[in-house]
Design a protein around this ligand. Sequence first.
Ligand code: SAM
Length: 322
Amino acid sequence: MWALYRVRRSKPSSRSTLADHGLTDETGADSAAEAAAAAAARMSPVAVEPGMLYVVSTPIGHLGDISLRALQVLQTVDRILCEDTRHAHTLLARYGIRTPTVALHEHNEARMVPLVLEQLREGASLALISDAGTPLVSDPGERLVSAVAEATGRVVPVPGASAALAALVGSGLPAHPSSILGFLPRKGKEREAMLRWASQCPHSVVLYESPNRLADTLTDLAEIAGADRPVVVARELTKRFEEFRRGTLATLAAYYSESPPRGEIVIVLSAAPAAVAPTEDSLRDTVRALRADGLAPRAIMTLLMEREGVARNLAYRLAHDP
Ligand code: SAM
């Protein structure tokens, strides 16, 4: 059964194919890759454990951004589960890794889970990789890792590159705390709810976006979060044309409408400004206005708590004060 899904290794790819796949041999990445491969070869082999699933991060552009341990694990496991086997071969060939690959992507993940579990139970060691960066982060693998965690608990992450963290730490915006939201829904109520959630978030929010939707998303965010909210757009991270553009939602929406971007994009939205707590005097004015509108103390108390975030004791006192 398993063999059905097994994919033959392709010949090592040319440099232009590397670039086609967003894996760049620019800015010294190629020589970094060679150095990493040589260093990994010199290290004594890692002992991968039978029955273990390794979740391995791969580069998001610069080929040198892969850990020596990741290379060793990929070299040593019995099979590598890949989002796209052709894409994976480009990377693996660069490092001389000949481990057999098997496709595991969003369209076959559900079907693959029982097969993978069976292989793990039989003692196979497996690695999971995605096309770029860290699997599961807006990439396939969640269903598999959750099933393996529940069935055997034998999952080992081999950490490395992720566009979300690279964008966050290079943005200059506070990184802790922060949320990684990934891609927004494309349209409808779900999109609106996520845009609202992102704009009200009290810390930095990281979003993935495609270049052709960037200007629209910044415009939508400006409408909800306010034109002046600081934002950073990170483009082509770790590649030759890496760029961080900092501004407000309004300025960057205008900029990218005028100059449509190319390449891969991450948006880092700054935190919603902290709401200024109302003073007791301003709350008394509010209470007076509500009384003038004919509201009873109980209704005033509810409004103070729900709309102004006033504590119950204070809301009671203000609503009942003559
Ligand atoms: N798992 C990946 C990770 O850990 O970064 C993310 C996969 S998600 C399917 C792909 C999205 O990540 C792209 O559309 C883009 O928003 C972002 N991305 C990936 N590589 C990038 C890069 N080099 N520069 C900027 N954004 C990138």
